[in-house]
Write a protein that binds this ligand. Structure first.
Ligand code: ADP
Ligand code: CP
Length: 323
């Protein structure tokens, strides 16, 4: 798709891998325990493949299905045990998914005889209390429901949106991540030789008050935008956004659909402006990879887990490079 040269792994040292919901569970958004463990095992085999190439890997992950499920449990149990706010639910998903990924990763590393261990970091992302995202919910979470069931919940004050063929989904506030507050801990663990899981769900959203004290806020950050910021904060060479398609596609779903290969960041922004990438799915991924490269990152890739080693080398997926 462009005359840009292919690149090699030779000098690539550090990679941030962002695992989407599709790489973390199955497609119905229900997030059953057995599905999540099985998906983590597949994904961590791919990570172990990267580590075996001598690459330092930081992993981040989505939490949309999981945080939505926790919210429902909270609401249903509110008359029995005290409910916790949405930011607490987000923190809980970092703990649970970190645990699941660490088990899978340690096993995959041991299987290959790699003498490295995993670590998961509870990670906070600072947001602005005045962010417009608090007044206009844009983040879909939890399970998909048929229109009729969603209508009943909307009558109870919840915000639901028609998300196409899979049904309706609950929408919550999603402010812009401004700073990954625990990036220094992630950096130190990577330097110490750990494969680190961090900033799950885009980070736990917090605001800093006038006294400098941090408080959680009820929202769910877009994990791809959080990934772009973490990637710059811990100075990785390559950001890889892993999902269930091998490439971003122009005219997606149409007979004239065309995969995007290696493109400059300006070209990719141009395709975005032409409306090729759906909001709430491919759109944020494209925004994230462009941000990473615009802010000085060397290369960012959107692809599926099967392609991960080639993607890091810039030889598979949609590869965005500086102009
Ligand atoms: N232009 C596009 N190119 C490729 N995929 C697209 C495009 N627009 C929308 N999509 C959809 O985006 C999905 C990936 O986004 P999403 O489901 O949010 O991923 P994840 O949960 O893995 O983060 C693909 O399965 C595909 O259906
Ligand atoms: N927080 C977040 O963006 O999660 P998903 O990728 O699972 O939607």
């Amino acid at each position: 798709m462009s005359g840009l040269p292919a690149v090699t792994t030779v000098e690539i040292m550090k990679v941030l891998l962002a695992l989407g919901g599709n790489a973390m569970t199955n497609r119905d958004g229900r997030a059953r325990v057995e599905d999540q463990i099985a998906a983590a095992q597949v994904a961590m085999q791919a990570v172990a493949g990267l580590v075996s190439e001598g690459i330092d890997v930081v992993i981040t992950h989505g939490n949309g299905p999981q945080v939505g499920n926790l919210l429902v449990k909270n609401e249903l149990a509110a008359s029995v045990v005290p409910p916790v706010p949405l930011d607490w639910c987000g923190a809980q998903t970092q703990g649970t998914l970190g645990f699941v990924l660490m088990n899978a990763l340690d096993a995959a590393l041991a299987e290959r005889g790699i003498d490295k261990r995993s670590a998961a970091v509870v990670t906070r992302a600072r947001v602005d209390a005045g962010d417009a995202g608090f007044t206009r919910p844009t983040k879909p979470i939890g399970r998909f429901l048929p229109a009729e069931e969603a209508r009943v919940l909307r009558e109870h004050g919840e915000i639901w949106e028609d998300r196409g063929e899979k049904g309706w989904r609950r929408m919550v506030a999603s402010p812009e991540p401004l700073e990954i507050l625990d990036a220094p801990a992630v950096h130190a663990l990577v330097e110490a030789g750990f494969v680190v899981v961090a900033n799950g769900g885009g980070g736990i959203p917090v605001v800093r008050d006038a006294d400098g004290v941090l408080h959680g806020v009820e929202a769910v950050i877009d994990k791809d935008l959080g990934a772009a910021l973490l990637a710059r904060s811990v100075e990785v060479d390559v950001l890889v956004v892993a999902t269930d398609v091998s490439n971003a596609v122009l005219r997606y779903g149409q007979p004239s659909a065309e995969q995007v290969g290696t493109v400059s960041v300006d070209q990719m922004r141009g395709y975005g402006s032409e409306g090729h990438f759906a909001s709430g799915s491919m759109g944020p991924k494209v925004d994230a990879v462009c941000r990473f490269v615009e802010q000085g990152g060397r290369r960012a890739v959107i692809t599926n887990l099967d392609n991960i080693v080639d993607a890091v080398a810039g030889n598979a997926g949609t590869v965005v490079v500086p102009n």
